[in-house]
Ligand binder design. Sequence first.
Ligand SMILES: [Zn+2]
Length: 452
Amino acid sequence: MSYEGEFASYRPLQRIADSNQVQGLLKRAKRLPVVGSTGRLPEPSHLEPLTVDLPEFVVAIDGSSAEIDVSTGYPGSRIGYVTVASVLLNLRLVDILDEDRPVDPVRFRATEEADTIPAALPGSNVVTRDYPSARDSFRAELYDLLQDAEVDEDDDSTLLETFEILLRHKPTERLQRCPYEYDGCQETMLVGPGLSDCSCSKRRVIFSTDALRIHEGFREDSSNLEMLSEVMQVWERIMLVHLLLCFERKGLLSKANKVAFFVDGPLAVFGHPAWLSAAIKVELQRLNAIVRRETGADLIIVGIEKSGSFVQHFEDLAGVKGGDDALLFGERTCFLPTDDYIKSRIIYSNSDKRYGEATYFGRKFFYRTDNLSRVVGSIPFLDEEQDSLDSSDLSRYRQLPAVCALLDKLVSSRFANSVSPIIAAHAHAAIPFTLGAKVLHRLAVALMRDEK
Ligand SMILES: [Zn+2]
């Protein structure tokens, strides 16, 4: 076996890859038969044409993160940037523009109204105010960030308040270590809302956001990109819940079926803040119960994956059935992989614990759009019955036909296997320093106007 990828031509690595030890390890490694050759195949279901109206608006939430070297006089000083953009897409306008294809990108952009919130966070060797270390500066700035991020001009609630609502759902049986453990503090604690202090004699400040434990991955002397991506995924997901809570306060949940929410990446929270996933699930289920009562439909929330094992697996399936994968996955077919399917075909495991139990608040689906694009997405567990990977039955997820019809509409050849608003959000997120985030306000105005 040769060493694949970009290092193929790098000879020292090739030598390692060819070595007996590496070859021996590969021989001992479990081998999955080529997809479809012996193992099971997915059994996708065909979706009937949608009989209800599609949502009129799409809100896409998408972040990016980066790190830059700065000069503070201390070596290796870095600052992290995280931006989370929300894009509002008016689908009626998309329809009108679609009538005279090819779409003019400038006019297409006019259908999106992007708002970007940029934030800078201390990285290694950057100490702000009187904090004792870069790590503590980071903790303080993260707290301020959620407190200062004003999302809506006529709703002055902050992302921090939304976070603290989620914090109430954090399990209390496990205490966490004091954030000053690096400085010798031995206390363990349950982190509460707002500011508090450690019960040791130094009584140093504890921020509610310390409950995210992101600071535990902070590196004083090297890059913190991994930590920044935890900040980004948390921020994106808190933003989703925040927008829904704003809807609730404005009495707009009865119109929630007119809006679809797209989030970048799976509906999950990974790493140190993974507990947030279960908290988000609780809050989404509470909100969805109201939406279901008022509209008869479920919330439409979709996570879209652009890479990873599931995307790879879906692509691998193209080689099945003599290369004519439309035989297996025809247009407008959808498959919900079960726990068993995932563990035997995609991410090997013989654990009894459900795949993604601690990290996911939704489940994955494979969808082949009407133009045969492949989409790997996830939809949330909006009630107890949906919260299972036991079956591939689509009917439990009443929003799925609308989700797929939306994907037909939004996934175009221009953005193969991706979702255009998500792409647009990326483009805007890449421009920092554009302050303001008024998506919700505009959406509320549009929904109200719609009433007449
Ligand atoms: Zn302490």
